[in-house]
Design a protein around this ligand. Structure first.
Ligand code: AMP
Length: 249
């Protein structure tokens, strides 16, 4: 069984981001970038399935400029077998990414595609769903547990009301939630080995896909600052403020 995992390079989750002064986007200069955390979980899950003997080969795919090869090398160090970089200078958006991943499925037979539930930079939470629709494959989103049973896959999904268990035939598209697993760290020997693993670069044009963005960002603003709190002398003053100023009672 062959697995494809989609990985995106995003601003590291520990970084406090700053908005550019013209409000056109996030200032990325000198900012630490990392593998999207949900994609790290996706790679880990594929590696665990391989260790259990269900998977023969793991391909990791990233779409973007040359810098996303860094994320692909990280994914290779975590245990993926080969990497595909779809090169584009456009800022990627879910529909374009889903179309690009679909093209790869037309080139090579994958039985399972694992994506993160969302990229933490744009928070779209759309790519996996769009890919499943384009491929007409079943999808299991927000997955916190995954089991392969013969030609089928059983997944536990984190939904508002609790946990939902679904079974679906393979091939399928899965998106990972936080509690699916705890990813391993890449060891130094594996980081070294990853440099020798195959990394294929394909231009978006050669793949025949149009990655031009369909959405235009009009403006980005920082969340409004919280006002400092105040101390009240007693309960009467608190009630008065809740009544007159906050108007909640
Ligand atoms: P999104 O729909 O943008 O929140 O992204 C959901 C998931 O789609 C991510 O966690 C990745 O697995 C995948 N994805 C999104 N953008 C890219 C990209 N440029 N390259 C590779 N995978 C991506």
């Amino acid at each position: 069984m062959k697995v494809m995992v989609a990985v995106k390079r995003v601003v590291d989750y520990n970084v406090k981001i700053h908005i550019k002064t013209d409000g056109s986007g996030v200032d990325l200069s000198g900012v630490k970038m990392s593998l999207n955390p949900f994609d790290e979980i996706a790679v880990e899950e594929a590696v665990r399935l391989k260790e259990k003997g269900f998977v023969s080969e793991i391909s990791v795919v990233s779409i973007g400029d040359r810098s996303c090869q860094e994320s692909l090398r990280t994914a290779l160090a975590l245990g993926a077998d080969k990497a595909i970089h779809i090169e584009t200078s456009f800022e990627t958006q879910p529909l374009g990414v889903a179309k690009a991943l679909k093209e790869l499925v037309n080139r090579e037979r994958f039985h399972l595609i694992i994506l993160g539930k969302q990229a933490i930079d744009d928070d779209y939470n759309q790519t996996g769903q769009m890919l499943a629709a384009l491929l007409r494959w079943p999808q299991g989103t927000f997955v916190s547990q995954l089991t392969i049973v013969g030609e089928e896959i059983e997944v536990v999904r984190e939904v508002d009301g609790g946990l939902e268990t679904l079974k679906m035939p393979l091939p399928a598209v899965i998106t990972t939630d936080l509690r699916l697993n705890v990813p391993r760290y890449a060891t130094l020997p594996n980081i070294m080995k990853a440099k020798q693993k195959p990394l294929e670069v394909i231009s978006a044009e050669a793949l025949g896909i149009d990655l031009r963005p369909h959405l235009k960002t009009l403006t980005i603003v920082e969340p409004s600052k919280r006002k400092a709190g105040i101390k009240v002398a007693d309960v009467d003053e608190l009630l008065e403020k809740l009544h007159k100023e906050a108007k909640v009672i």
